[in-house]
Design a protein. Structure first.
Length: 317
């Protein structure tokens, strides 16, 4: 890594997150040392505090830096869904479904790219790693319309999508649940810690005649992938089939509710959404401020320690 110039700090930090994962710690320490040597102590401390990304977070960073068109396509599909969600008129449901279909295709494509990225870097694209990568991509797409979301390209850990409430909101008259369409084979579902989300996943229609066809499509997709890695593909196909079944049941139940309630609950839904987003924004802002305060305190303690040592040396002289 070349000597850091004042105008290239952001570029050098970006470059740090593009290096092979095994080289991250060494490159980070080298960059921090260069910054300190040039007298930029605060920048050096900031770089030194950067955590080494997890394998899954590193892979998502590489998708951002090296497959930007596909990555941006995922975020664009999320933006289209958000706009459709806030729109009026009879085409609203169709627009939301179309946006979700595009989003699922983008996730499936990025998941395949991530598998290649991991293999090329001699990392194991295990089903668990691919699942965490897909979940992080879903989280980034869910935060695409928010200015306070995680910064793509510099992730150090996985990103969980927000819960159902923050994505769809609830009406004051009994709740309008989130609208989802039927997932494509190979797509994954967002994680949620919400009790309502878990209950919904268990209670949506259990005897859907279309499930057999969707399971068959998932098996075909898994078989194609297994040409490269049979064991990984088989395990991933089983996981995808489970997610597919849950999503199918949820989609049928929620689509029926949405079509009946969307017009009368539209105003209440927007208010609930706005309130949920404001509350979430406030909570995240407090968390960020607390973290910044803790970092500032640590930096101040380091500076005080340095000044004390210099004063002791002067007194000894």
């Amino acid at each position: 890594m070349k000597l850091v110039r004042a105008s290239s700090f952001e570029d050098d930090v970006d470059a740090l997150f593009r290096v092979p994962l095994a080289e991250f710690t060494g490159e980070r320490n080298a960059l921090a040392a260069q910054l300190k040597k040039s007298g930029r102590v605060n920048d050096a401390l900031q770089v030194k505090a950067l955590s080494k990304p997890s394998v899954s977070a590193w892979a998502v960073n590489q998708l951002y830096w090296n497959h930007r068109e596909a990555f941006d396509g995922l975020l664009a599909s999320a933006e289209r869904f958000h706009k459709a969600q806030m729109s009026r008129g009879s085409a609203k449901i169709a627009d939301m479904r179309a946006a979700l279909d595009t989003r699922r295709e983008a996730l499936a494509h990025l998941s395949d790219l991530a598998t290649s990225v991991l293999r090329d870097a001699s990392h194991n694209p295990s089903p668990d790693t691919i699942l965490r990568i897909t979940t992080t991509l879903e989280g980034l797409s869910a935060f695409a319309s928010r200015s306070d979301g995680p910064r793509p390209g510099r992730l150090t850990h996985d990103v969980d999508p927000p819960g159902f409430e923050s994505l769809a909101g609830f009406s004051s008259g009994g709740g309008l649940a989130q609208l989802f369409s039927k997932p494509a084979p190979g797509a994954t579902l967002p994680k949620s810690n919400s009790a309502a989300a878990k209950t919904l996943l268990k209670t949506v229609t259990r005897d859907d005649p279309r499930h057999a066809a969707e399971t068959n499509k998932a098996k075909i997709t898994a078989a194609k992938v297994s040409l490269q890695d049979a064991k990984r593909s088989l395990t991933q196909a089983r996981a995808n089939a489970q997610r597919l079944e849950a999503a199918q049941r949820r989609a049928d139940r929620e689509a029926e509710k949405a079509e009946k309630q969307v017009r009368e609950a539209e105003e209440d839904l927007r208010k609930a959404q706005a309130a949920s987003e404001v509350a979430a924004t406030r909570a995240r802002a407090v968390t960020i401020e607390l973290k910044e305060a803790a970092e500032a305190l640590e930096d101040a303690e380091l500076l005080v320690g340095t000044a004390s040592k210099e004063l002791d040396k002067l007194l000894e002289e």
